[in-house]
Design a protein. Sequence first.
Length: 297
Amino acid sequence: MKKVIICAIAVLLGMVSCKKETSVENGNTTSGNFTAKIDGVQWSASGTKEGASILGGVITITGISADNKQINITITDSVAGSYVLSQSTTSFGAFADIDSSGLYAFSTDQGKDSSQGGGTVIITDIDPVAKTISGTFSFNVYRDLDGREKSITDGVFTKIPYVTTLPPTSNTDTLKASIDNKAWAATHIEATVTQGQLTIVGASADGTQSIGILMPSATAAGTFQLDGSVPGYLGAYTLLSGSSTNPFVSTKGTVTENNTVTLRIKGSFTFTASDPGNPAGASHSITSGMFSVYYGQ
């Protein structure tokens, strides 16, 4: 269950970056191709829902099909080459059905061995002038939650545009907090609703720090758990570096207002974010957190 939560967070962050990285407003209108077979069935990312980033020494490639099935690839490096995905590597591939009522991802780092989760991604080209990335991939993804698995084969991404910074958000939206007693404010903020689930993600311009919150879009004012113990509620602080993509999961939060007419939600949060895979290990103190975001389309 812990890895399922981690991968769900990664998928949510991928959705946000994908949406912005392929938009005309970023000044990059280059089109790409992102295709694969999922259990033998052809899959192709929508042209407006494919993108990539190279942030903090980490490559992220995300594609979402017209029927909202997503493939996300995270490589903890920033150069072309062949990368193994397994239960023991920090690089991983993930799959999620965004339309599913439970947004829990399948991934290569779940399961007991390579027969359940794992594979290879080959980055064949990174063009620093055109800012595009190309490669191939093939891997199995597993979900510890219910023991289901999927085979992703014949994967190809060709000249997918990538960014190295995230664009600033509207000055009417805010997400900020104190992280380990140091003031922090998100430069890039996204709030979207899919299948009745509201996702709020704020990230620094270089993508190395982010705070994400998932809750039902009809959530009323009150206090609620954000540790995944209640379906539909999830929160995390993510620290990105060239050697790891490390999400720290929160334990609680508070929604102070959710206007379902104006579609603006305001809230506050304070939590200790710990590593679900190592609760006794490093943790981060997130205090004085607040958000005010519009989540209409």
